[in-house]
Design a protein around this ligand. Structure first.
Ligand SMILES: [Zn+2]
Ligand SMILES: [Zn+2]
Length: 190
Protein backbone atom coordinates (compact mmCIF):
# COMPACT_ATOMS: atom_id res chain seq x y z
CA UNK A 1 0.00 0.00 0.00
CA UNK A 2 1.22 3.43 -0.83
CA UNK A 3 1.58 5.14 2.53
CA UNK A 4 1.85 8.58 0.96
CA UNK A 5 -1.94 8.34 0.62
CA UNK A 6 -2.11 8.80 4.39
CA UNK A 7 -2.04 12.29 5.79
CA UNK A 8 -2.92 14.47 8.72
CA UNK A 9 -5.22 17.46 8.65
CA UNK A 10 -3.92 20.53 10.44
CA UNK A 11 -5.07 20.95 14.04
CA UNK A 12 -5.53 24.07 16.14
CA UNK A 13 -4.38 23.88 19.75
CA UNK A 14 -4.13 26.67 22.31
CA UNK A 15 -0.88 27.55 24.10
CA UNK A 16 -2.21 25.71 27.17
CA UNK A 17 -2.91 22.51 25.24
CA UNK A 18 -6.67 22.67 24.59
CA UNK A 19 -7.50 21.07 21.23
CA UNK A 20 -9.70 23.64 19.44
CA UNK A 21 -10.08 22.12 15.99
CA UNK A 22 -8.84 18.78 14.67
CA UNK A 23 -9.34 19.73 11.02
CA UNK A 24 -8.88 23.41 10.23
CA UNK A 25 -9.59 23.09 6.51
CA UNK A 26 -12.82 21.05 6.60
CA UNK A 27 -14.22 22.70 9.70
CA UNK A 28 -12.92 26.24 9.22
CA UNK A 29 -15.93 27.65 11.07
CA UNK A 30 -14.58 26.08 14.27
CA UNK A 31 -11.26 27.93 14.03
CA UNK A 32 -10.41 30.20 16.93
CA UNK A 33 -7.86 32.98 17.30
CA UNK A 34 -7.92 32.73 21.07
CA UNK A 35 -8.97 29.71 23.10
CA UNK A 36 -12.63 29.86 24.14
CA UNK A 37 -11.78 27.79 27.22
CA UNK A 38 -8.80 29.69 28.65
CA UNK A 39 -8.19 32.76 26.45
CA UNK A 40 -4.68 31.75 25.37
CA UNK A 41 -3.48 32.25 21.80
CA UNK A 42 -4.29 29.38 19.43
CA UNK A 43 -1.60 27.95 17.12
CA UNK A 44 -1.66 25.54 14.19
CA UNK A 45 2.09 25.14 13.61
CA UNK A 46 5.19 24.34 15.69
CA UNK A 47 6.66 27.64 16.95
CA UNK A 48 10.19 26.18 16.50
CA UNK A 49 10.10 24.71 12.99
CA UNK A 50 6.75 25.78 11.52
CA UNK A 51 5.50 22.29 10.70
CA UNK A 52 1.76 21.64 11.03
CA UNK A 53 0.14 20.49 14.25
CA UNK A 54 -1.17 17.05 13.40
CA UNK A 55 -4.94 16.71 13.61
CA UNK A 56 -7.36 14.21 12.12
CA UNK A 57 -5.72 11.25 10.35
CA UNK A 58 -6.99 10.59 6.85
CA UNK A 59 -6.42 8.37 3.88
CA UNK A 60 -6.87 9.35 0.28
CA UNK A 61 -8.84 6.38 -1.05
CA UNK A 62 -9.38 5.75 -4.74
CA UNK A 63 -12.98 5.32 -5.88
CA UNK A 64 -13.33 2.54 -8.43
CA UNK A 65 -15.86 2.62 -11.16
CA UNK A 66 -16.29 -0.79 -12.70
CA UNK A 67 -18.35 -3.80 -13.66
CA UNK A 68 -18.32 -7.46 -12.71
CA UNK A 69 -18.27 -9.94 -15.58
CA UNK A 70 -17.97 -13.72 -15.84
CA UNK A 71 -15.22 -14.83 -18.14
CA UNK A 72 -15.10 -18.66 -18.17
CA UNK A 73 -14.56 -19.80 -14.52
CA UNK A 74 -12.78 -16.68 -13.54
CA UNK A 75 -14.65 -13.74 -12.19
CA UNK A 76 -13.00 -10.65 -13.47
CA UNK A 77 -13.43 -7.19 -12.22
CA UNK A 78 -12.70 -4.51 -14.71
CA UNK A 79 -12.35 -1.15 -13.21
CA UNK A 80 -10.73 2.21 -13.39
CA UNK A 81 -10.21 4.88 -10.81
CA UNK A 82 -12.82 7.56 -11.18
CA UNK A 83 -11.59 9.76 -8.39
CA UNK A 84 -10.37 9.98 -4.82
CA UNK A 85 -12.17 10.28 -1.56
CA UNK A 86 -10.75 11.38 1.80
CA UNK A 87 -11.53 8.77 4.42
CA UNK A 88 -11.04 9.49 8.10
CA UNK A 89 -8.92 6.74 9.69
CA UNK A 90 -9.09 7.76 13.31
CA UNK A 91 -11.66 9.57 15.37
CA UNK A 92 -9.35 10.39 18.24
CA UNK A 93 -6.85 13.20 18.06
CA UNK A 94 -4.33 13.22 20.88
CA UNK A 95 -2.74 16.53 21.75
CA UNK A 96 0.95 15.83 21.02
CA UNK A 97 3.57 16.74 23.63
CA UNK A 98 6.55 17.16 21.32
CA UNK A 99 6.92 18.23 17.69
CA UNK A 100 7.03 15.26 15.29
CA UNK A 101 9.36 17.21 13.00
CA UNK A 102 11.93 18.92 15.26
CA UNK A 103 11.41 17.23 18.64
CA UNK A 104 10.90 20.49 20.51
CA UNK A 105 8.33 20.52 23.31
CA UNK A 106 5.15 22.32 22.29
CA UNK A 107 4.24 25.42 24.37
CA UNK A 108 1.81 23.49 26.61
CA UNK A 109 4.52 20.90 27.35
CA UNK A 110 7.08 23.64 27.97
CA UNK A 111 4.70 25.25 30.48
CA UNK A 112 4.32 21.95 32.35
CA UNK A 113 8.11 21.41 32.39
CA UNK A 114 8.81 25.00 33.49
CA UNK A 115 6.28 24.85 36.34
CA UNK A 116 7.91 21.69 37.72
CA UNK A 117 11.37 23.27 37.39
CA UNK A 118 10.26 26.37 39.31
CA UNK A 119 8.77 24.32 42.13
CA UNK A 120 11.83 22.03 42.37
CA UNK A 121 14.09 25.08 42.66
CA UNK A 122 12.09 26.18 45.72
CA UNK A 123 13.04 23.10 47.76
CA UNK A 124 15.41 24.52 50.41
CA UNK A 125 16.12 20.97 51.61
CA UNK A 126 17.82 19.95 48.34
CA UNK A 127 21.36 20.71 47.19
CA UNK A 128 21.86 22.49 43.85
CA UNK A 129 23.11 19.18 42.38
CA UNK A 130 20.02 17.32 43.54
CA UNK A 131 17.75 20.05 42.12
CA UNK A 132 19.57 19.90 38.79
CA UNK A 133 19.23 16.12 38.63
CA UNK A 134 15.50 16.31 39.31
CA UNK A 135 15.02 19.09 36.75
CA UNK A 136 16.89 17.05 34.12
CA UNK A 137 14.56 14.11 34.80
CA UNK A 138 11.26 16.05 34.45
CA UNK A 139 10.71 14.99 30.80
CA UNK A 140 11.15 11.34 31.86
CA UNK A 141 8.33 11.40 34.40
CA UNK A 142 5.71 13.00 32.14
CA UNK A 143 6.40 10.74 29.10
CA UNK A 144 7.42 7.07 29.15
CA UNK A 145 11.12 6.82 28.28
CA UNK A 146 13.81 4.19 29.00
CA UNK A 147 14.87 6.36 31.97
CA UNK A 148 11.39 6.79 33.50
CA UNK A 149 11.63 4.17 36.25
CA UNK A 150 15.08 5.28 37.34
CA UNK A 151 13.93 8.91 37.31
CA UNK A 152 10.96 8.05 39.53
CA UNK A 153 13.24 6.28 42.03
CA UNK A 154 15.56 9.30 42.17
CA UNK A 155 12.56 11.52 42.88
CA UNK A 156 11.36 9.14 45.60
CA UNK A 157 14.80 9.13 47.21
CA UNK A 158 15.40 12.89 47.14
CA UNK A 159 11.87 13.80 48.24
CA UNK A 160 11.56 11.14 50.94
CA UNK A 161 10.39 12.67 54.21
CA UNK A 162 9.89 16.16 52.82
CA UNK A 163 6.69 18.03 53.64
CA UNK A 164 5.33 21.54 53.66
CA UNK A 165 3.94 23.94 51.08
CA UNK A 166 6.56 23.36 48.35
CA UNK A 167 6.24 19.60 48.69
CA UNK A 168 2.43 19.77 48.60
CA UNK A 169 2.54 21.87 45.44
CA UNK A 170 4.99 19.54 43.79
CA UNK A 171 2.91 16.51 44.76
CA UNK A 172 -0.19 18.04 43.21
CA UNK A 173 1.74 18.88 40.02
CA UNK A 174 2.84 15.22 39.94
CA UNK A 175 -0.70 13.90 40.36
CA UNK A 176 -1.77 15.98 37.34
CA UNK A 177 1.17 15.27 35.04
CA UNK A 178 3.10 12.16 35.99
CA UNK A 179 2.35 8.72 34.53
CA UNK A 180 0.25 6.78 37.09
CA UNK A 181 2.65 3.82 37.29
CA UNK A 182 5.50 6.18 38.15
CA UNK A 183 3.46 7.97 40.82
CA UNK A 184 3.38 4.68 42.69
CA UNK A 185 7.18 4.37 42.47
CA UNK A 186 7.49 7.98 43.62
CA UNK A 187 5.25 7.19 46.59
CA UNK A 188 2.93 10.01 45.58
CA UNK A 189 -0.34 8.36 44.68
CA UNK A 190 -3.30 9.60 46.70
ZN1 LIG B 1 -7.02 26.95 26.15
ZN1 LIG C 1 8.88 21.61 15.33
Amino acid sequence: MNTSNHFFKTAQICQNGHLRNSDTSTHAAKNEKFCSICGAEVISACPHCGSQLRGAYYMNKPIYFGTMCNVSEERKFSSHISGYKDVKLSNTVDVPSYCHNCGAPYPWTEAVLKTAENIINMFDELTPEQKKQLVDFIPDIIIETPRSRYAALVYAKFLDGLQGLVYENFASWCRENVLPALLVLMNMQK
